[in-house]
Every structure is written in C-alpha cells, then in structure tokens.
Write a protein that binds this ligand. Structure first.
Ligand code: NI
Length: 239
C-alpha cells in the first residue's frame, strides 16, 4: 500500500497489524549521456513499491534528492548537503515514529547516500521508542548482484551502470534515449571537486558501459531486486 495514495484511517488500520514501512530514497543526478537524471529515485521508488505490494506492507513517498555534490558540474543534478539529507531523513522518520511506526526499511538507489543512511539508521536505533532501521542498496541483494555480474561482468562499472539504466528502460520505455556506442568509461579514481569529477569522467559515467542495457534485462533485474527486498524485509521485521 502506498502511503501517498492512502487515507489516515487506512494508515491507522495498517498500524494495528504492522509498524513497519519501506522508505525509498534516491537522488536526482546526471547518469551519463543516455541515463535519466532521475534514475536513482525512479529505481528505488518502483522497487520499494513493488516489494511493498508483494509484502502487503506500506511504502512511503520517495526522498528524491540525495548526497550528490560530486555530480553538480553536470546540468540538472541536484544535491543536499550531508547535513540536510540527514535532517530530512530524521524528520521523515520522526513523523512516522509519532504515529507508531517502529521499523524503517530504506531501499536506497544512490551509492553516495549509503554512508549517511547507515549513520541515520544507527542514530535512529539509539534513540527513543525501540525503533529499528535498516538501509540497503537495491543492487546489492544476493540475486541481483549475481545477475548483474552475469549480464555485464566488469562492464557494469560504478556509475550510470547498465543495470540501473536497464531498469529505467523497463519502467519508462517512452523515455529511452538513443544509445550511441560509448565504450567503457574511465575507471574509478579519486577527485576533490565536482569540476575534477567532470574532468576525470567527461561524459559522467564511471567504469560502465550502459550501451549494453536492454529493457528485457531491466525487467529481469527489477524482478530480482524486488525478490531480494521482499526476502530481506521479511527477515528484518522478524528481527
Ligand atoms: Ni545511479
């Protein structure tokens, strides 16, 4: 059940049988010349919503902006500071806690968020009310990690990956961009500023070859990610 499509009496009723909720967290940032700027939010939101349907669980609205300062030299990218991001997560969860929610399961779509999300989860669990919190990257589940390896091997890379681009192709076929042959992007190296990031990775991709993505791959990766989240959420709730 989607929180944004529910009424308050429906949430009241849900709370009598569960205090758990899935929270999709994404980012709005460049994903190379062929990837959608919303990739991380769109993937996290769709995977969390599909998993929630399977679990008869509640899913909150996506937090669509994350910690993505290093992408800001590319047009269209948005970023929260780490402090703003943590404050937003804390306020989101505090609102839910007030209503009686106690188990927060974040489906994250952006690698750059995960350190802050783990800190948020730790702080939440250390606070009042017996809150439990977990944050997972949707592409790191057991089945999904294996499938990504099988499909793309070392051409998966770490940013604007064929797997995330494939998932958006599956979800939003009308938004598929033409795919010039791009080859493999430069591998990960260090950078100290958005400008240096852009100099290292001129088209925005890191180590990836998103030209390999297909909507059919996306359908399989999506199904696998949903399966991983369903399994892990059930374990999380069982404690
Ligand atoms: Ni991404």
């Amino acid at each position: 059940m989607r929180l944004d499509l529910a009424t308050w009496p429906e949430i009241d009723a849900y709370l009598t049988r569960s205090t758990g909720i899935l929270i999709p967290v994404g980012s709005t940032e460049q994903h190379g010349p062929s990837g959608l700027i919303g990739t991380d939010s769109l993937c996290a939101e769709a995977i969390a919503q599909a998993a929630a349907t399977r679990l008869a669980a509640l899913v909150g609205p996506v937090l669509p902006v994350g910690v993505a300062e290093h992408h800001l030299a590319f047009a269209g990218s948005l970023s929260f500071s780490r402090e703003t991001f943590l404050a937003a997560m804390n306020d989101y969860a505090q609102s839910l806690r007030r209503h009686g929610f106690r188990a927060f399961y974040v489906v994250n779509g952006h690698g750059g968020n995960i350190a802050a999300l783990r800190e948020w989860a730790k702080t939440s669990e250390a606070g009042e009310g017996g809150v439990r919190a977990r944050a997972v990257n949707w592409w790191m589940g057991r089945r999904t990690a294996a499938l990504r390896r099988e499909l793309y091997g070392d051409r998966e890379g770490v940013h604007a990956t064929p797997s995330e681009i494939a998932v958006t192709q599956h979800l939003f076929p009308a938004a598929i961009k033409s795919m010039p042959t791009e080859g493999v992007a430069p591998a990960a190296q260090s950078y100290r500023s958005p400008e240096e990031y852009r100099a290292r990775y001129p088209d925005g991709r890191v180590g990836s070859d998103p030209a390999l993505a297909t909507p059919a791959h996306g359908a399989a990766i999506f199904a696998s990610a949903v399966e991983d989240v369903v399994e892990d959420y059930a374990q999380f709730l069982a404690g």
